[in-house]
Design a protein around this ligand. Structure first.
Ligand code: ADP
Ligand code: ZN
Ligand code: ZN
Length: 764
């Protein structure tokens, strides 16, 4: 057991000073193998040592069972607990140099903090081509330019060779030369290039594909001027400047449109000027072409963008360019936190409250939390930005561990939107919309504005019901209702993707009176199309954006600024700028107010404010109508009348009283199997052993459960869980480490699936 180190206020930072990284004799190599097992596997060094000797962090190929796998040397051991004659030598050493030290450190920390296998952590944190054994080096391309002789030669002197004259003239126009593909794109051939090379008029050099822009080398970092900051932005930036060069976590709380991004850009500029690199993390939905374009336009420096559309080759290139220091800015979603960077100077986490920073399967890390850990390790500032900060970050800010900066005003001239509840009780709705909402929509459209209708349900209707007997379309595999879809017409379970044709009559009583219940995006879209036939209705949800260009085509229509109706799920709510939208209608605010999960209220308040932030960005003030059956709900009223900061304060107080995060720490042991009894029995057994251990070792950790998961049956598997709760992170980790070891050794565990989630953000 590693002794716990509580001097650190947030995360246990274990001692990972690598005592084995040096050139020890290393009779045995402890290899981290991709897979669930946390143990290292012992191998013998190969006959031919790597160029700089055996070191931790080198990738090797090993025979594992019948397969050849790529693993990473994690330790040099002097002996093995296995008989030496049983150990196999590694098959091949892939790297000359160990993988980057900052990356290795972060992986080791992550594996220990999240109680995850080091081999699997390495595998998940590296680009897939490295996982497959590709060498870590820059992809290169050829750049052609004139030689001294070429520069002194009049192209016309080449006589009748017109293509060669043209080629020489082309290169003469480019002082820094041209890359090969740019030349061939103009119709020239390699043959022509080689002929000129043969005459000593031109030559070529290999250069890395990513991060080489000689044409910008002399121009400084800015490609376009900064905006001049307003007073609030200026003060925030001044504070952030003071944080440069050491670990200083900052919460930048600024309403939507207050110009946080502009502050990030200018902070990054300062970091670049000092020769540093910047790492920017954004939520999955927030990584829009608009955001990327803003960064690209502002800076000349090489930038790496890591998102789902990036190919494996580009990912490897980006990794290498960041590691070498050539790439100066890295922007990406969650997994970009695992980008090695030679001279990291700042980490920015935009929309830090966003749930997509937490990985929900396999290695269940939280990228924002790792950003803080990495910032502390590297001694650099970490900026967490949000209009609706997480309660975790708010607590740190209040208690003085984070600098807390505010931007209260919207930048430019736009005004904040006003929120109004709309009482749905006893009212008719059409396609989910009340008469009042429909009237408000009509008014705005007549004024020439755009309207956004937010509805967190895709499909036509949440379910199908029989009005004769009350039958509901339920999934056979899950404890869930099936969603009615129109295109194509069928019932679909959103939890297991199972589909069923629509029934002609009620399967229970045979009645023909089977109707959709409630509204989803498709139904609202249909209703709006009927009501407002002259106005385009654009639906944006996971179904409508299946086609690759659907989203950008919709955004193009919206940007034109003519009246239109947008209907969509959270895909619409985040990250986009819709300057012509002046009215937002939230179809149903209630699901989040009364959900079982203790974080549901925080999350739905954040989402409501995000959605509201889409309205009124230009001159015209915006309005947000919140449809609810609980217009007197105190939390909703607080949010509407006093705003998110006030609601957050009240929620924090509730969490403190209830001893819930951020005032305590949780770990969730989940288990699932096709047999309900089996899961329950196993968790009962594990729970009893854990309780005994907690008593024996005097650990102040509560063990709650087992209880069935909020949705117990999913895809015909039964889910249940055991919850660990502790005031001190150290105690929780000690218990969690013991628990994982117990589960790994338990024979019955092999017949079911289990996982441990440290700092879970949802109980499902
Ligand atoms: P946030 O990131 O807080 O949502 P942005 O940085 O995207 O805010 O700014 C919102 C809008 O205001 C953008 O169109 C941006 O160009 C503009 N803006 C930001 N700062 C300024 C400023 N100092 N002067 C004028 N316009 C600004
Ligand atoms: Zn029926
Ligand atoms: Zn299902």
């Amino acid at each position: 057991m590693v002794p716990l180190d509580l001097h650190n206020w947030m995360f246990r930072v274990p001692d990972t000073t690598d005592k084995t990284a040096a050139y020890l004799p290393g009779r045995v190599l402890g290899i981290a193998i991709p897979g669930p097992l946390r143990d290292l596997f012992d191998y013998l060094p190969a006959r031919n040592p790597p160029r700089h000797g055996w070191q931790a962090g080198l990738r090797v190929r090993v025979e594992f069972g019948r397969r050849q796998l790529v693993g990473v040397i994690a330790e040099l051991r002097t002996e093995s607990s296995f008989p030496m004659e049983k150990l196999k030598p590694v098959t091949e050493v892939i790297d000359d140099e160990p993988l980057p030290a900052d990356w290795l450190w972060l992986c080791r920390f992550t594996a220990r903090y999240y109680q995850h296998s080091l081999g699997d952590t390495f595998a998940q944190a590296m680009p897939s081509l490295l996982r497959q054994g590709r060498v870590l080096e820059a992809r290169t391309r050829e750049r052609w330019h004139l030689t001294d002789k070429g520069r002194a030669t009049e192209p016309a002197s080449l006589g009748r060779a017109t293509r060669q004259i043209a080629l020489l003239e082309l290169l003469a126009q480019h002082r820094h030369g041209l890359v090969h593909t740019a030349i061939t794109a103009q119709g020239f051939t390699r043959q022509q290039l080689e002929t000129l090379r043969g005459r000593d008029l031109i030559t070529s050099l290999e250069e890395p594909v990513t991060g080489t822009r000689p044409e910008h080398a002399h121009k400084g970092v800015l490609a376009e001027p900064d905006l001049s900051l307003n007073d609030e932005q200026g003060r925030a930036l001044a504070h952030l400047h003071e944080g440069l060069g050491h670990f200083s976590p900052t919460l930048l709380e600024g309403v939507t449109g207050s110009g946080k991004t502009e502050v990030y850009l200018q902070l990054i500029e300062a970091v670049l000027d000092r020769g540093g690199q910047a790492l920017v993390l954004v939520p999955e939905i927030g990584l829009t072409p608009q955001t990327l374009e803003r960064f690209r336009r502002r800076f000349h420096v090489p930038q790496v963008m890591l998102h789902s559309g990036v190919s494996d080759g580009e990912r490897l290139d980006g990794f290498e360019a960041a590691r070498s220091g050539r790439a100066r800015i890295v922007i990406g979603t969650r997994s970009a936190i695992f980008t090695p960077m030679a001279k990291l100077g700042v980490i920015i986490v935009d929309e830090e409250h966003d749930g997509s920073f937490k990985q929900q399967d396999g290695l269940r890390y939280h990228a924002r939390d790792l950003a803080l850990v990495r910032g502390k390790q590297e001694g650099i500032p970490v900026v967490l930005g949000s209009a609706t900060p997480s309660l975790e970050s708010l607590r740190h800010a209040r208690e003085g561990r984070f600098v807390h900066l505010h931007l209260y005003q919207r930048a430019g001239r736009s005004q904040p939107a006003r929120l109004h509840p709309i009482d749905l009780r006893g009212r008719m709705t059409l396609g989910g919309l009340s008469t009042q909402s429909l009237e408000a929509i009509e008014t705005r459209l007549t004024q020439g504005d755009q309207v956004l209708v937010f509805i967190n349900r895709r499909g036509f209707a949440p379910t199908l019901t029989c009005h004769a007997c009350g039958w509901l379309a339920e999934c056979d595999n899950c404890d869930a209702r099936m969603t009615l879809h129109r295109h194509p017409p069928q019932l679909t379970c959103h939890h297991c993707e199972r589909t069923r044709p629509l029934p002609d009559a009620c399967p229970a009583c045979g009645s023909g009176d089977v109707r959709p219940q409630g509204a989803g995006t498709e139904r609202t879209e249909e209703l709006l199309g009927e009501k407002f036939p002259d106005v385009p209705v654009l639906r944006i949800d996971r179904d409508s954006t299946q086609r690759k260009d659907a989203m950008s085509e919709a955004l193009a229509v919206i940007r034109r600024g003519e009246p239109c109706l947008l209907v969509g799920t959270q895909m619409l709510a985040k990250g986009h700028h819709f300057p012509h939208v002046t009215l937002v209608v939230v179809v149903n605010a209630d699901s989040g107010l009364y959900a079982a999960d203790f974080r549901a209220l925080e999350q739905s308040a954040q989402l409501l404010i995000q959605v509201a932030g889409r309205a009124g960005r230009a001159e015209r003030p915006g309005e947000v109508l919140i449809q609810t059956r609980h217009p007197e709900d105190p939390n909703l009223l607080t949010l509407i009348q006093a705003g998110y900061p006030q609601l957050a304060s009240e929620l924090l107080e509730e969490r403190r009283v209830a001893q819930l995060p951020p005032y305590s720490h949780l770990a969730l042991l989940r288990a699932e199997a096709p047999d309900q009894q089996q899961v329950e029995q196993w968790l009962l057994k594990i729970g009893a052993a854990l309780r005994q251990h907690l008593t024996d070792s005097n650990l102040r950790v509560d063990c709650l459960g087992p209880v069935p998961a909020p949705m117990e049956r999913r895809q015909n598997r039964y889910h249940a869980q055991l919850l660990l709760r502790a005031d001190k992170r150290g105690a929780l980790h000690e218990a969690a480490a013991w628990l994982v070891t117990l589960c790994e050794k338990d024979r019955d565990a092999r017949r079911l699936r289990w996982s441990l989630d440290i700092d879970p953000i949802g109980m499902a």
